[in-house]
Structures are given as structure tokens and as C-alpha cells.
Design a protein around this ligand. Structure first.
Ligand code: FAD
Length: 285
């Protein structure tokens, strides 16, 4: 399908990009990898009058690893994450999750900032952001602000971003040694969006008891969500068959998906329980 007509700007600075967005009163959109925005425009779901291309803005493509965690510039592509030799140690859950994102060509262009801003409820990166309590930095005409992932995703394709705000960075808190983790998802075909997906981690104590359990799910609500009831079941217990069964049952009960053309709500509930169990087995193994 042909795209609707639009104006195009490729500013060299962040302040210029923000000024362009602010001047168009919600009618302009940032353009990152274009892998979600172009299909949305082709289908007339998004009809921006101006695209503000972010590709020439300096410093948005950096990956920084420090005591403060992992900072991903918003224009970091899936491909850049895969290619970074330090991230496998600095944030193995991120690496495990983004391995499920789309296909090679899309991974070559799609960015973390675009994914978080697009806020597809079944996308992996928002799930990692929720599970890991990420912070999203945005800059707009009012200046910089940091938004917690838990406050960022407001619904399907809806976020707390103002129309003139640009995401500059996503910070994932530090990843301690010894942390157990897993990412599991089920999609109809490799590279498709998840029908359900689970990102989880915990920090075991010296006796192998679970502490600091974080369980995030995607694809089963209008936004990624944490499963507090599952985390409460896990904390303080060892990973036994009984713990796995209780966690899986709690996960199925905690989600409230809808029927759609791909699966019934009951199927997705059951699938989520199964994926939580698989992820815990994998994390403990
Ligand atoms: C066939 C196909 C399969 C896919 N499968 C998956 C999948 O399995 N999992 C998955 O997670 N994704 C999948 N995607 C989406 C892909 O990961 C996209 O790259 C990603 O969702 C958006 O990133 P982008 O850089 O392409 O953003 P764009 O398409 O350029 O932008 C997306 C939205 O974010 C806004 N935006 C972009 N950057 C910023 C910023 N810095 N600040 C504020 N707003 C911004 C844009 O205005 C737009 O509204 C798939 C895409 C396709 C086409």
C-alpha cells in the first residue's frame, strides 16, 4: 500500500528535533527505524504531517555499561545489541529477549527507543523494561524527565510520552553476579509477535531460596505487566516441582487476556502458566 503524503525533516540536533515536534502540535512524529511507523502509515493508522528523522542526532546510538547499569541510546538497533560483546554479561536477559524480535532485516533497522515508544503489548523490549524496572529518559520542550517503565506504558500503542517528547535513553539497572534469569515466549512463527511471553529473574540466597523475584509478561494484556502474585509465591522458596506448579497456576490466574483471531483467552492464560514454569526451570537449571 502506498504511504500517505508527509513532510520530512532530518535535524542534526536534539533541540531542533524537539522544536519541530513542538511546532506541529501533535501532528509530527519522530522517525527511528521506521519498522513500525511505516506499516502504521501504510495502513492509515498513523497519519503524521511531518516525520522528524532522528538518525543524524549525535549520542543516541550509544551503549554504555557502568555501575549504574546498562544505558541504551534510543537509536540503538536490535542488531547493535546482538553485536555488543559486553552485553551478554552486563544484561543477559536483554540478549535472551531480543533474540525473539522479528527477522534479520527488521532487526537491522528497528531500535529500542522506537519499540518502547510504539508500545506494542506483545513486544519483547517493553516486557524487559517492565520486568527490570527500567527508566526511560525523554526530552521535550519542557526539558528532560525520567519515566519509570511501570508508569510509561498506558495501554496498547499508548505511552506517557507527550507529543513533543523524544526518548533519548533507556536505563536498565545493574545486573548482579549470580542472578538467575530466563526469557520464554510462544509465537505462531519464528519472529512473529509473542502470543504470550515471560521475562523473569531472581537473586538466590546461599541456600538457593528465591529472592527479589521479578516476573514480567507480554502479549496477554494491553500493556506489559508484572505478576506480583507470582513474585510473592516465589520469594523465599526454593525452585521445586511444588513451587513451579504454584507459580504456573498463579500466573494463569493473574492474567486476563482477550479472545482474538490467534487464540482464545483460556489458551493464552494456560500458555502463560506454562511459559512461567518453563522459564523458572530454565533459570534454575
Ligand atoms: C514484520 C515485522 C515483525 C516484527 N516483529 C517484532 C517482534 O517480534 N517483536 C518486536 O518487539 N517488534 C517487532 N517488530 C517491530 C520492530 O521491532 C520495530 O523495529 C520496533 O517496534 C519499532 O522500532 P523502530 O525503530 O522501527 O521505530 P519506528 O517505526 O521508527 O517508530 C515507532 C514509533 O515510535 C516513535 N518513536 C521512534 N523513536 C522514538 C523516540 N526516540 N522517541 C519518541 N518516539 C519515538 C515513532 O514516532 C513511532 O510512533 C516487527 C516489525 C515488523 C515489520
Amino acid at each position: 500500500m502506498k504511504l500517505p503524503s508527509f513532510a520530512y525533516a532530518c535535524p542534526a540536533t536534539l533541540s531542533e528535533a524537539v522544536a519541530l515536534l513542538a511546532a506541529h502540535d501533535g501532528e509530527a512524529k519522530p522517525l527511528a527505524g521506521g519498522q513500525s511507523l511505516m506499516p502504521m502509515m501504510a495502513f492509515r493508522v498513523a497519519l503524521p504531517s511531518l516525520l522528524v528523522d532522528l538518525r543524524k542526532i549525535p549520542d543516541l546510538k550509544q551503549i554504555q555499561i557502568s555501575d549504574d547499569g546498562v544505558r541504551l541510546g534510543s537509536m540503538v538497533r536490535w542488531r547493535d545489541i546482538e553485536d555488543d560483546v559486553h552485553l551478554a554479561k552486563a544484561h543477559p536477559l536483554l540478549i535472551a529477549a531480543i533474540a525473539h524480535v522479528a527477522h534479520y532485516q527488521i532487526r537491522n533497522r528497528g531500535t529500542v527507543g522506537g519499540s518502547v515508544a510504539h508500545a506494542d503489548p506483545a513486544a519483547e523490549m517493553p516486557g524487559v523494561a517492565i520486568a527490570c524496572e527500567a527508566e526511560i529518559t525523554a526530552v521535550g520542550k519542557g526539558g528532560n524527565r525520567i519515566i519509570k517503565a511501570a508508569d510509561f506504558f498506558l495501554g496498547a500503542l499508548t505511552t506517557a510520552l507527550e507529543p513533543d517528547e523524544i526518548i533519548t535513553e533507556i536505563r536498565l539497572p545493574p545486573w548482579p553476579a549470580g542472578r538467575r534469569f530466563a526469557f520464554q515466549e510462544f509465537a505462531q512463527r519464528r519472529g512473529d509477535f509473542a502470543m504470550s511471553g515471560v521475562a523473569l529473574y531472581y537473586d538466590p540466597d546461599a541456600d538457593g531460596r528465591v529472592g527479589n523475584a521479578h516476573v514480567g509478561v507480554i502479549g496477554v494484556a494491553d500493556r506489559p505487566q508484572r505478576l506480583a502474585t507470582v513474585e510473592a509465591i516465589l520469594n523465599g522458596r526454593t525452585i521445586s516441582d511444588a513451587t513451579l506448579a504454584a507459580a504456573a497456576e498463579a500466573a494463569s490466574a493473574a492474567v486476563d487476556p482477550h479472545d482474538d483471531i490467534h487464540a482464545s483467552a483460556a489458551y493464552r492464560r494456560s500458555l502463560t502458566g506454562t511459559l512461567v514454569e518453563r522459564a523458572l526451570r530454565s533459570a534454575a537449571g
